[in-house]
Design a protein around this ligand. Structure first.
Ligand SMILES: Nc1ncnc2c1ncn2[C@@H]1O[C@H](COP(=O)(O)OP(=O)(O)O)[C@@H](O)[C@H]1O
Ligand SMILES: Nc1ccn([C@H]2C[C@H](O)[C@@H](COP(=O)(O)OP(=O)(O)O)O2)c(=O)n1
Length: 243
């Protein structure tokens, strides 16, 4: 008898660890992985590629409807293609991170991308036994009926340091200041359309500020297995996977 399909919904602000931790959890559990932020980033890239004014909400919402987007949901081989072009690297650049909120706060865009996300979740439940899906409004709007709903948080300092180290390999004062816009200002803008700083009713909050990456993965796996986190044992070597 096959296990029932499972959706693990993960939300959180920038740098809370939701992409890397969700991907590792999907790998461990043999589930699909859906990065909804990549969809907003891909649409931003496409609009800029076509020379659209991101402030023109009607035109950008129409572009969302026409977007030819292909996402790999294999946690071992993430890939994002727009109209056949592999944009997996390009959508992570500062050019896109600095402008994506303008697209993500467009309510017409959100309606279309949420529709696609819900359809993908249903498809992946049927085809792959389930999915770890992460973003800003997954626990609340896209998949409020998910079997597991988790909000990852971390202090502003921890999130800023993680993102800076990811981008530069180090986190000097200058580098931290340069990254601040991509983390703090962007979260403030994004929070105008989604609530992702506090867990909604029934959503488990998990503060990763003082957890290592491996400990964060273990804590999410604990939540999924037992509905609670347990004291962290020694880091497990088989949890070394990263994005
Ligand atoms: N608990 C953690 N402790 C330390 N570093 C982490 C932790 N979780 C994630 N990271 C690292 O922080 C960076 C940002 O994580 P990411 O998963 O991209 O966050 P988000 O998707 O929430 O923006 C990545 O380099 C990741 O490996
Ligand atoms: N479900 C989602 C996912 C992302 N977004 C927005 C918020 C972000 O500014 C962009 C990009 O999201 P992404 O998760 O890639 O960003 P971070 O990795 O957390 O920095 O999209 C959203 O509004 N709703």
């Amino acid at each position: 008898m096959p296990n029932s399909p499972i959706t693990i919904a993960v939300d959180g602000p920038s740098g809370s660890g939701k992409s890397s931790v969700s991907r590792a959890v999907a790998r461990r559990l043999g589930l699909a992985y859906l990065d909804t932020g990549a969809m907003y980033r891909a649409l931003t890239w496409w609009c800029l590629e076509r020379g659209l004014d991101l402030a023109d909400q009607t035109t950008v919402a129409a572009a969302a409807k026409d977007l030819d987007l292909r996402l790999s949901t294999d946690p071992d081989a993430p890939e994002v293609r727009v109209a056949g072009t592999d944009v997996s690297q390009e959508i992570r650049t500062t050019r896109i991170s600095g402008q994506v909120s303008q697209v993500a706060t467009n309510l017409g865009v959100r309606a279309e991308l949420r529709r696609r996300q819900r359809a993908l979740v249903e498809e992946l439940r049927a085809a792959r036994g389930g999915v770890v899906v992460e973003g800003r409004d997954i626990t609340t709007v896209v998949a409020p009926d998910a079997e597991h709903r988790i909000l990852l948080t971390a202090s502003e300092e921890a999130r800023l340091t993680r993102r800076t180290t990811e981008l530069h390999g180090t986190s000097t004062q200058e580098q931290l200041a340069a990254t601040r816009d991509q983390v703090v200002r962007r979260d403030r803008d994004d929070a105008s359309v989604s609530a992702f700083f506090e867990p909604a009713d029934g959503v488990h909050g998990l503060d990763t500020s003082h957890l290592s990456f491996e400990e964060s993965v273990r804590a999410v796996l604990d939540l999924v297995a037992h509905g609670a986190t347990h004291p962290i044992a020694a880091s497990t070597p088989d949890l070394q996977e990263h994005r």
